[in-house]
Write a protein that binds this ligand. Structure first.
Ligand code: UD1
Length: 403
């Protein structure tokens, strides 16, 4: 039984690792009559450099990809098309029983689309499975929202990380027998690596005290590509930066925009304009998985526009301020660790003040228990067994119940 797993960009790596681990465990524990599950890992190369990709393979102990497509950067159309062109012959050659795509990045949609149009799909092969299905921001100006909606529509099996996903897929007419609420593989990785992250030296490296600093990330095109929007957000953060150390591991997209918009001065950790700014925002390079986990776990608060960090702070019980008008992960705001701040300076300032008073939370969303990867592999193997038994003309009674 061959399962091809696609990773492409930074947020995919920590979501794929638990699935690969669960496959090894499934094989080790498998009863005699089941076929071994053979994983094939394909890296599209959407993220390709040491900080955005290699560091994560090392920290997460991911195996070397079986295939590296090297698609690289470009406009959305160029990147999506390049991944599709390079993935098509690989998929035909590997001929897997199932394809697993993860999250909402361009590589996710590109690979699902190639599989959905493959000639052999007439025989239902490969089964297309989407991990982290059903999340919706209801904001179609986000490229990720388009990727989510389209990937869900062309997938056969939809693995949902929070209950809102079940409702959203139902509302879009996805049949309920395709949808499985399995929990969150990103949180599997967090549980797996939390203890190891405590050994990270990142706090010493930046001279940070536990519980005293704020961790900041910003990379959404809507927030950093336009100079005025970016400045508005920085203005919203100025009070926080005056009272707290703010450490800012900047995504390459953000670094590029800071340089193009001539905003470097805002990230020098000292007062630069006595009238308006007292910036304590310290920009540093993107961090690896374990160092970043250590930074999150020990922060007083996290300010971000990322999707995954909203979930990780919820699992850790750390207050989070999300610099966006919406979230596709409503469970994080229901639990209360996450508050939406919008992108206007006044609302950002107000929400930061509220979250600085947040006492923290121990509540954890349902099924965020470190077992999502195992559930996914169990369900996939059952679906594939059912399919091959039906294809071989076996009566249903002969399909093992706990396959
Ligand atoms: C992508 C995802 C986004 C995710 C984010 C996390 C899509 C549509 N967006 O956005 O959902 O939250 O990743 O990181 O798929 N770059 C490098 N080195 C790299 C990778 C990128 O320098 O290893 C540069 C590129 O040249 C480009 C910029 O970063 O200028 C953006 O990269 P891209 O992959 O297009 O999208 P992200 O903004 O990273």
């Amino acid at each position: 039984m061959k399962i091809l797993i696609v990773v492409g960009a930074r947020p995919n790596f920590m979501k794929a690792a638990p699935i690969l681990k669960a496959i090894s465990e499934f094989n080790a524990a498998r009863p005699e009559w089941t076929e071994e599950v053979v994983p094939v890992l394909v890296h599209t190369g959407q993220h390709y450099d040491a900080q955005m990709s290699d560091a994560f393979f090392a920290d997460l102990e991911l195996p070397h990809p079986d295939v590296f497509l090297g698609a690289g950067s470009g406009s959305h159309a160029e990147q999506t098309a390049e991944v599709m062109k390079r993935f098509e012959p690989v998929l035909a050659n590997v001929d897997p029983d199932a394809l697993v795509v993860i999250g909402d990045v361009n590589s996710t949609l590109a690979c699902a689309l190639v599989a959905a149009k493959l000639a052999s799909r007439a025989h239902g092969r490969p089964l297309i499975a989407h991990v982290e299905a059903g999340l919706r921001s209801f904001d179609r100006s986000m490229p990720e929202e388009i990727n989510r909606i389209l990937t869900d529509q062309i997938s056969d099996v939809l693995f949902v990380s929070e209950k809102s996903g079940i409702r959203n897929l139902g509302a879009e007419g996805v049949p309920a027998d395709r949808v499985y609420f399995v929990g969150n593989t990103m949180i599997d990785s967090l549980h797996e690596h939390e203890a190891k992250a405590e050994h990270s030296r990142v706090l010493e490296r930046f001279g940070l005290e536990r519980g005293e600093y704020v961790l900041l990330t910003l990379h959404r095109a809507a927030n950093v590509d336009d100079r005025e929007c970016f400045l508005e957000i920085l203005d919203g953060l100025s009070g926080l930066a005056a009272s707290h150390r703010v450490i800012f591991p900047a995504h390459p997209r953000t670094q590029k925009q800071i340089s193009e918009h001539d905003l470097e001065a805002y990230f020098r950790p000292r007062r630069i304009d006595y009238e308006r700014w007292n910036s304590g925002v310290q920009m540093v390079e993107p961090q690896g998985y374990l160092d970043f986990l250590c930074l999150m776990k020990n922060a007083r608060m996290v300010v971000t526009d990322s999707g995954g960090i909203q979930e990780e702070t919820t699992a850790l019980g750390i207050p989070c301020v999300t610099v966006r008008d919406n979230t596709e992960r409503p469970v994080t705001t229901e639990i209360g660790t996450n508050l939406l701040a919008g992108t206007r300076r006044e609302t950002i300032r107000a929400v930061i003040q509220r979250q600085l008073a947040f006492p923290g939370s121990c509540a954890v969303p349902e099924k965020w228990d470190g077992r999502a990867g195992a559930r996914i592999v169990q369900i996939l193997s059952e679906r594939l067994m059912d399919h091959s038994a039906l294809a071989a003309g076996l009566p249903e009674a002969q399909i093992p119940e706990n396959a």
